[in-house]
Design a protein around this ligand. Structure first.
Ligand code: B12
Length: 344
């Protein structure tokens, strides 16, 4: 039995990071099982070892120090470690059923899985549905399995409109909802906007999930969500991407010689700009778009792409979206953020 779980976890973290970097899944599993054998609670192994290691993987990917392949390998290993920890510590459920799932279009299953495992360790009967569950399928599942609550994860804010559809569907099915994940903002403000109770982490989720009163959260702005700017942006998405690409080719002749892979990447980035803009318009919060632009500038500059090109694209979208006052306002504010980032 270790007397110093914090010290043991700190040492294990450095080891796990090494294992992830070397893609050594056997050693990674041994690190976690070693902690459990030394008496470190399973919950802490999940939340103070696996979770921060995954966040570090994300930072390395963001800074272009790790490739997508390295990130995928590390995530696979983390999934194996989580599976090993859950089979080691598997208490029989003595509380009601909680269904844990990711929002439609949301592929970050691991954060929600960590929450699911913590709830399981606390005695809940957990059904984990994994990544990207369509709203209609979720609701029919909830009906059939008599869930006491549903916990929905969203890691990227561009999925908030879909998250709202799912939250509303669960409300209509009369199942209490808890949401979480980075997609709701660091302080959960977009969860409140969508009318759902939010947990900052798995421990808070475990405290909240049985509290029906706390889960009954009214929305702080649902009426705003109903105007037609968001559906208009969704409808014009394809045409806006085509126009922005044509403008880019005009402005930056080198982009005309892009390989098919570079072209795909550019179309994807233009799509992200529009999806984050649409999500910001949906929740009526410019900070969602601003945070995305800060992130995009870091991603692009770490990959040697000048951030100035984003400013010009925002200008192009603002000119095209004459009948979208809120979207134009967000784009104009975004251009002001990008000017210092682009160096003048
Ligand atoms: C692994 C990973 C992936 C994997 C996911 C595989 C899987 N099986 O999960 C894949 C490759 C699919 C992926 C894809 C993408 N990813 Co990714 N990904 C990550 C990474 C590195 C780790 C995720 C993770 O496991 N985190 C560990 C958990 C524990 O952290 P956590 O979110 O803080 O979780 C705690 C709380 O938030 C809360 N919580 C979390 N979920 C839930 C759910 C509920 C119900 C509750 C109550 C609470 C709760 O409790 C948790 C535990 O205490 C993160 C980095 C990061 N910081 O998380 C990026 C990250 C989330 N990804 C990011 C991006 C951009 C993407 C892509 C858009 C990349 C691309 N160009 O394709 C796509 C989007 C795919 C999609 N539509 O969903 C960005 C998001 C940035 C932003 N602006 O929002 C991040 C932050 C990376 C970065 N630093 O830039 N990704």
């Amino acid at each position: 039995m270790t007397r110093d779980p914090d010290g043991a976890l700190a040492g294990a973290y450095a080891e796990l990071i090494r294992c992830l970097a070397d893609a050594d899944e056997y050693a990674a599993t041994d690190v976690a099982l070693g902690l459990l054998a030394a008496g470190v609670p399973a919950e802490r192994v999940l939340l103070d070892l696996v979770a921060p290691a995954q966040a570090q993987v994300g930072r390395w990917w963001q800074a272009n120090e790790w490739s997508v392949a390295q990130e995928h390998a590390a995530t696979h290993i983390s999934e194996r470690v989580v599976a090993a920890v859950s089979s080691y510590a598997s208490p029989r459920p003595h509380r009601g059923r909680v269904v844990v799932a990711c929002m439609d279009g949301e592929w970050h299953a691991l954060p929600a899985r960590l929450v699911a495992e913590v709830l399981r360790l606390r005695g809940w009967h957990v059904t984990f549905l994994g990544a990207s569950v369509p709203a209609a399928h979720l609701v029919s599942y909830l009906h059939r399995h008599d869930a006491q609550a549903v916990a929905l994860g969203c890691a990227v804010p561009m999925r908030l409109p879909q998250a709202h559809t799912m939250i509303e569907a669960c409300r209509r099915a009369d199942v209490p909802i808890l949401v979480g994940g980075l997609g709701f903002g660091a302080d959960g403000r977009w969860a409140r906007r969508l009318g759902a109770a939010w947990a900052p982490d798995a421990l808070a989720a475990a405290d909240l999930v049985g509290d029906e009163e706390a889960l009954d959260t009214p929305s702080d702005g649902a009426s705003r969500l109903a105007d037609d700017e968001y559906p208009g942006l969704v409808q014009r998405r394809g045409e806006l991407i085509d126009g922005a690409l044509a403008a880019l080719r005009e402005r930056v002749p080198a982009t005309r010689d892009y390989t098919p892979a570079q072209l795909d990447r550019t179309v994807e980035d233009l799509g992200y700009i529009l999806d984050f803009l649409a999500a910001a318009v949906y929740v009526d919060d410019v900070t969602l778009f601003d945070e995305f632009l800060d992130w995009l500038v870091q991603i692009l500059t770490s990959r040697g792409v000048p951030a100035g090109s984003v400013g010009a694209t925002l200008g192009h979208f603002a000119a095209e979206l004459r009948d979208f006052p809120r979207a134009r306002r967000f784009l104009t504010a975004g251009r002001r953020i990008l000017v210092p980032a682009a160096g003048g």
